[in-house]
Structure formats: C-alpha cells, structure tokens
Design a protein around this ligand. Structure first.
Ligand SMILES: NC(=O)c1ccc[n+]([C@@H]2O[C@H](COP(=O)([O-])OP(=O)(O)OC[C@H]3O[C@@H](n4cnc5c(N)ncnc54)[C@H](O)[C@@H]3O)[C@@H](O)[C@H]2O)c1
Length: 212
C-alpha cells in the first residue's frame, strides 16, 4: 500500500478525525462520507479526502469510508494500536488533573510513572501511581520503556526537567509550563500554552461590548 511521508499538519488532524469516528462507532454508524465529517468538524471535505489518501486509497466513491476500518487505520498510523507508556513530571494541581483524567480514559496511552521534587509528596499516590523522586527518573524510563513525557512543573524548572527527560531517552514531550522548551536533539516537543491561547482569544473580543 502507498505510504507517503505524512505531514505534521495531517498528523495533528488525525486525532480529531479519530475522536469523531470513535463517537460514530459508539452510535453504531458503519460508513461515513468526507462531506459528513467535514460538516461536523467544520473542515473542508476535500482536505479530509486528501489527508486520508495520504496513507492509502480506501474510501469508496459514493459510499464513503468504513468507520471501523478507518479507526483501525488511524490508530495504526498514530501508533495507538499498542501500549504507550508516558511519564509525568510535576505532581501539582495540573499534574493531578491530567493523571486522574488519563486513568479515567483507560486507553493504550497511559501514565505509567509520576515524579516530583517535593519530598513531602514522595510515596503518595495519584490515580494509584506512587510519586517517585527525580533520582529514579532515568532508570524508570529505561526499565519501563517509557517513550513520551508530560511536564507540569513551574516554568523556571521546566527546561532542566526536559533536559533530564531527553537525556533519559524520551522521544516526545507535552509541556504545560509557560516557556518554550528547547533542544538540539531529535525530540518532538509540543507546548500547551494555555495563557498564550487565552491572550490570542482576547484579541477576538467584541469591542462593542466593552464597558467604558
Ligand atoms: N494549574 C493550571 O490550571 C495550569 C494551567 C496551564 C498551565 N499550567 C502550568 O503548569 C505548571 C504546573 O502548574 P500547577 O498549577 O500544577 O503548579 P503546582 O505548583 O500545583 O505544581 C507544580 C509541581 O511541580 C513540582 N516541581 C517543582 N519543581 C520541580 C522539579 N524540578 N522537578 C519535579 N517536580 C518539580 C512541585 O513540587 C509541584 O508539585 C506550571 O508551569 C503552570 O504555569 C498550569
């Protein structure tokens, strides 16, 4: 089967398609058209067809896509068809929320280990996972084959934590601290910057509603 190089933009849209397709599965809907997906997700159907064609022609003209097959295919492309262990560093407010949410999701991508620098938190648990000291980070990542990491430490600590994670062999980081993590290593880093997103949204506030 044709398997061209998939662009980052497509890789970012695939989880959005997947979420909707899983919903369709729950609704026992077995086939879906790009027009329908486009309408619900507010995306261009031609873009969706192009995205899906980038990993093989399997939609049927006039019939659409087989939902189960598409789910299986996207999960395979995103490597979600296997267990992926994730480490979380920073067991504070956000770390708690993310860990508890992940446990609730019960999918293949699971937080397998949690680390914090605060001695008072060591040994306590979040979602059944004991919080460990940073000294155990490298060994835990290696022995438990952990590939991805989530950073929820304060901004001043985030770069150093990222450096430790990368040195330990982590391949992808989702960073919630409000700084841009830098590395010269081949590691994918996504910065989830809540404050900047809100600041961008502020730009779209309706000036007419301003209280003077
Ligand atoms: N709470 C939110 O809603 C929210 C939302 C978006 C982004 N953030 C960002 O996420 C990060 C965490 O926020 P929070 O509210 O959970 O803070 P928090 O103070 O509740 O938790 C931070 C945790 O990190 C630990 N820590 C500090 N330095 C560390 C280090 N070097 N190694 C390991 N652990 C370390 C602390 O002991 C603490 O448990 C911050 O950078 C914050 O700006 C928070």
């Amino acid at each position: 089967m044709k398997q061209a190089k998939i662009s980052e933009a497509v890789v970012k849209r695939l989880p959005i398609y997947l979420r909707y397709l899983l919903h369709m599965q729950q609704m026992q809907i077995h086939t879906v058209s790009s027009q329908h997906i486009g309408k619900v997700l507010d995306l261009n159907p031609a873009q969706i067809r192009k995205d899906l064609a980038s990993f093989g022609e399997f939609g049927k003209k006039g019939i659409g896509y087989d939902v189960d097959y598409l789910v299986e295919k996207i999960r395979h492309i995103l490597k979600l068809d296997r267990e992926i262990a994730v480490v979380l560093v920073g067991a504070g407010h956000l770390g708690h929320a993310i860990s508890n949410y992940n446990a609730y999701l019960k999918d293949n991508m699971r937080i397998a280990a949690i680390f914090d620098a605060d001695p008072a938190k060591l040994g306590t648990q979040i979602a059944g996972i004991a919080i460990q000291p940073l000294e155990e980070l490298s060994e835990t990542i290696a022995t438990r084959n952990i590939r991805l990491a989530i950073i929820t430490v304060p901004a001043p600590a985030a770069q150093k934590v990222a450096d430790q994670l990368i040195a330990a062999g982590i391949e992808g980081i989702l960073n919630f601290a409000p700084i841009s993590i830098r590395t010269d290593r081949d590691v994918k880093i996504y910065n989830a910057d809540v404050t900047s997103s809100l600041q961008s949204l502020a730009f779209y506030l309706n000036e007419k509603k301003e209280i003077t």
